[in-house]
Design a protein around this ligand. Structure first.
Ligand code: ADP
Ligand code: MG
Length: 256
């Protein structure tokens, strides 16, 4: 039980079971998952494909309701999506193709009611600069590389200045070099603004690089297997990481 005298944690996932009901089946994606994310955490959900990482992120995003347990943001139960939780996906097609880089970011700010007009424009430009895309503000998504599209999605998410940025394997579809570069950039952005991020990956190396805290989930249905609360800085050599020993099922060589 949480200490009632303390302010509520930023994000509290408490005993969360998530299920999909299809006509024939009941699929249990996660089973009684517990974790707490604090302000400025780089909190990583790590687990093999199919263990329910995306499902958990969807539930934090407010797109899915737990069948058991609850999720609270700053003490308030999450019941629907909101601009306090912005999502960045793996897919490169998450941008509006008929809008430029700048318009994509401005559109998110305006439709959510966060900012309008000049203020929205200025906020958008601020974050487009942060992801080094100032030369491409008027470009359309189809003219950008995969890495650049992901930068736009990150700028759009950060421009909303959400309480927590939700990232679902945002670099998984990139080539290895671009992926490393994007990881470094994300850490640079974090140094700059200390935003809170809940980051999903199936890559041990990526988890160790990105996370200051890592929650390890078991294969389907996802259950908490371990929680690492301080990831050593020199743990970049994932092969020597304690994680590798803990997770034989996902310790296989990575495809990207
Ligand atoms: P991960 O992101 O860790 O790869 P997912 O959260 O996508 O895992 O999926 C967890 C489990 O839920 C898997 O068994 C998957 O097949 C199932 N699942 C995901 N989405 C749906 C859906 N829309 N309908 C039914 N089952 C689903
Ligand atoms: Mg997934």
């Amino acid at each position: 039980m949480l200490d009632q005298t303390l302010p509520p944690p930023l994000l509290h996932v408490h005993g969360v079971t998530l299920q999909y009901k299809t006509r024939e089946h009941l699929v249990t994606a996660t089973y009684r998952v517990d974790f707490i994310v604090h302000c400025s955490d780089r909190f990583v959900l790590l687990g093999p494909s199919g263990c329910g990482k995306s499902t958990l992120l969807k539930a934090v995003g407010g797109y899915m309701t737990p069948t058991e347990g609850e999720i609270r943001l700053k003490g308030a139960r999450i019941t629907r999506p909101g601009p306090d939780r912005m999502m960045v996906f793996q897919e490169f097609d998450q941008l509006l193709p008929w809008k430029t880089v700048r318009q994509n970011v401005v559109f998110a700010l305006e439709t959510s009611g966060k900012l309008r007009g000049r203020a929205a424009h200025e906020r958008a430009m601020h974050y487009i600069h942060k992801v080094h895309l100032e030369r491409f503000v008027d470009a359309y998504p189809h003219t950008l590389s995969g890495g650049m599209k992901q930068r736009v999605a990150i700028a759009r998410g950060m421009a909303m200045e959400p309480d927590i940025l939700l990232m679902d394997e945002p670099f998984a579809a990139l080539d290895a070099l671009t992926r490393q570069h994007m990881q470094d950039e994300l850490l640079g952005l974090w140094e700059d603004t200390k935003f809170t991020v809940l980051f999903v990956t199936h890559s041990i190396a990526e988890a160790v690089k990105i996370g200051n805290r890592i929650l390890l989930l078991s294969p389907h249905p996802g259950q908490v297997k371990a929680e690492l609360n301080s990831v050593p800085v020199d743990a970049a050599d994932a092969s020597s990481s304690v994680l590798t020993a803990l997770v034989p099922p996902i310790a296989k060589p990575e495809s990207s």
